[in-house]
Design a protein around this ligand. Structure first.
Ligand code: AHG
Ligand code: MN
Ligand code: MN
Ligand code: MN
Length: 335
């Protein structure tokens, strides 16, 4: 009798990638190899994060990055691990990272066909408090003959071939989606050392009474944003507030439970805080593919926003379709 209760059809990330590749006869396997390198970087970053306090890796590195953030030791280590994995894959030509001022060009691989945008450690201000952090990534396919310059990355998220994030939380969760494809969630099985497909084809609830934003900024918000937030709190059934302060953690909860995450551009940060290439864009693709939507502070579809510079920021509203629609409708009313 026990047989049917044991699932022997375990789909690892490796098997999932092989099955995906098989669907595309013309595939060279380059993307699969790139994802294996990605997978290794997540396993490696998770390993450092979970031991940081034991090996003197917590706290500040004593430096700041080009976006003005004070770098944690783990920001720097995570960046080093990620870059080493992408470089050694031999499939990446050019890369942008939150922790690198300029694009990183891998000249030793002139024929590599992918460009990668990454936030090696997202939510790093929470690290020393043991709160969930993550890695966010977006993958672009280079046009034939590309030389690997920053222009190859100054693209809208509609051009991404794949995007996702890994959250280093109570368990290590990887969320991965391909262009116009489903969103698949994988959970790290530390015994096997494998990501296991646990959330196939994630579809968000169309609405949910949970809002996630830093209301400590509300005095700087534009009127429509203030009105929107007040409308949630004065609703017949007032919304719940959930804000972790790590975008990956707030996004993962919103993806699973529904609701809305917002980091609006405001009078203090007129361009917003979150970065387009390695936070807003990849997240927007995940949420759209899961049936949600994402807009910037001008109510433009987030996936169409093109950064001028690799570290450009944007306001963002990200979440269940109907919850983001509420923000859009309030802005329409304000004209
Ligand atoms: P990072 O740690 O990669 O610099 O990103 C931090 C971001 C994002 O994770 C989070 O949503 C946001 O900063 C929180 O900002 P506030 O502390 O201003 O709320
Ligand atoms: Mn940072
Ligand atoms: Mn971040
Ligand atoms: Mn970061």
């Amino acid at each position: 009798a026990g047989r049917e209760s044991i699932n022997t059809e375990i789909v690892t990330l490796t098997r999932h990638l092989n099955e995906e590749q098989t669907k595309h006869r013309e595939a060279t396997g380059d993307f699969t190899l790139l994802c294996h390198a990605l997978q290794f970087s997540f396993k490696s970053i998770a390993y450092y994060i979970r031991r940081a306090s034991l090996i003197n890796l917590s706290g500040l590195a004593g430096s700041s990055n080009t976006t003005g953030d004070e770098q944690k030791k783990l920001d720097v280590i995570g960046n080093d691990v990620f870059l080493a994995a992408m470089r050694s894959s031999g499939r990446v030509r050019v890369l942008v990272s939150e922790e690198e001022e300029e694009v990183v060009v891998f000249d030793e691989y002139p024929h590599a066909r992918y460009a990668v945008a990454c936030d090696p450690i997202d939510g790093s201000s929470n690290l020393d408090a043991g709160v969930s952090v993550g890695t966010i990534f977006g993958i672009y396919r280079l046009p034939e003959g590309a030389k690997g310059t920053k222009e190859d990355l100054l693209l809208p998220a509609t051009e991404l071939v794949a995007a996702g994030f890994t959250m280093y939380g109570a368990s290590t969760q990887l969320v991965l989606t391909m262009k116009d494809g489903p969103v698949n969630g994988f959970t790290m099985d530390n015994g096997l050392g494998e990501f296991i497909l646990t959330h196939p084809n994630m579809q968000m609830p169309k609405k949910r009474g949970i809002y996630s934003c830093n209301e400590g900024n509300s005095k700087y918000w534009e009127e429509p944003v203030k009105e929107w937030c007040e409308s949630l709190k004065s609703a017949e059934k007032p919304y719940s507030s959930r804000y972790i302060g790590s975008m990956v953690a707030d996004a993962y909860r919103t993806l699973l439970y529904g609701g809305i995450f917002a980091y609006p551009a405001d009078k203090k940060s007129p361009k917003g805080k979150l970065r387009i290439l390695y936070e807003c864009g990849p997240m927007a693709m995940v949420f759209e593919n899961a049936g949600g939507q994402a807009v910037d502070s001008k109510m433009r579809r987030m996936m169409t926003v093109v950064p001028e510079h690799i570290h450009d920021r944007s306001g963002i509203f990200l979440g269940s379709y109907e919850e983001v629609q509420k923000v859009i409708d309030v802005h329409k009313k304000h004209g």
